[in-house]
Design a protein around this ligand. Sequence first.
Ligand code: SF4
Ligand code: SF4
Ligand code: FES
Length: 467
Amino acid sequence: MPKIAIDSVEYEVPEGRTILQVLDDLGLLGNGVEVPHYCWHPKLSVDGSCRLCQVEIEGVPKLQIACNTPVANGMKVHTKSDRVIAARRGVMELLLINHPLDCPICDQAGECKLQDHAFDWGVPAARTTEPRRPAKKAVDLGPTIVFDQERCILCRRCVRFCREIPKTGELGVVNRGDESLLELFPGSELDNPYSMNVADICPVGALTTRDFRFKIRVWFTDDVESVCNQCSRGCNILASRSNNKVYRFLPRRNDAVNDTWICDHGRMSYKKNSTGRLTAPRADGREASYTDAVKRAGELVRAALDAKGKIVGVASPFASNADLAAFRDLLAALGAGPARFSVPRGESDAILIEAEKAPNAAGCRALGMVESNEQLGRADLALVLGHTLTAEVFGDVRNIVLIDTHESALSARATVALPARTFLEKSGAFTNSRGLVQSFSAVVEPTIEAWSESDALAQIAAAAGIA
Ligand code: SF4
Ligand code: SF4
Ligand code: FES
């Protein structure tokens, strides 16, 4: 393995990597070593167009771009010499010829690389008097992305993303030299299942998502680590929140799961946290307090036990591992068989999207639950922990105690229905399709009285007199 020195500190690094890749591998980028860059992205091909990542290499007369220079044994790299700083200042001046510093009205302000680097290496005033490149404002590139062309610094990350990840290639740079502009290919629009990732990777405020644009300034939000629950891939996400409200999901890098991407469907699923919720407990068709509804659920469990009736358990692949384990234990204490569950299925692709449209089918299987869509048959009581089955499956069940997050045909039919917390309202873990157990943290407090499934189950067990 080659040994190289970066700012006089020696590292042993893998063969065949570039200087910028090595800094990324070592976790040094922006974390002890500053090599600013726009066009390089760890998950895309090298473009080498922005020239911001220049470094000095001992024995090499000209500065070199770190993103396209492979490491070699004995290489001595300097990232903060006077020549390097002067080059950065020059590149920033060139980029700012056409880019307006309109941060006060730009939605990217607060998380813009150009803003950051202009602060560090920008020049105080323009030395040019020529008119700025003509550009289009607030163009809809498709259903999800809005383009402010005058802010584009032509790093081509979005172009490479569309060509290399969804392989749809909707974007390109047209014209030459200072007339170069990012454009849609004639007759096309940016509309693919991963389109919103271009807003994440655009280093400036040229591409923004229609959904988040102008909703809130990012410095009023903080980001909580979570896991998408819309398919069994379990993409790692950040949930941006402010004032107990979730404003967006962003991808969180995990090279073993989702690289740095998420699909648009998963990204937009944050809205499900606040729509269609089961907001109030119900017992025997009437709204009830949580305490009364739990008491009624306990009575139903006790009555079924005393009558030696059949109790069945139905679980959901949307529940967390801890909630599923609590359910398994309660069913065992009741002498019921393993819970059943069913997984909604749909389209998959070769990028991220998986056919199983739930985050924790693997968790259900690992806990010995049985996958089935069939009729439950005659039973005195169904204990239901979230559900993905149709209400018809419960046709011959006398009483249903349901703990669930959202209203459904089954919640309307249940003898007792108890609101549960969504995964954004509690901590837990899901097991993804590859068996990886991934934990998530509570992002918001519930705005209604709602308990985690395991807490609600414990209350029901206590009400039924089960130790
Ligand atoms: S729109 Fe953004 S990502 Fe695309 S080329 Fe311009 S600056 Fe780069
Ligand atoms: S691929 Fe699946 S887990 Fe990933 S963001 Fe999309 S729906 Fe969520
Ligand atoms: S990051 Fe190296 S040239 Fe742009």
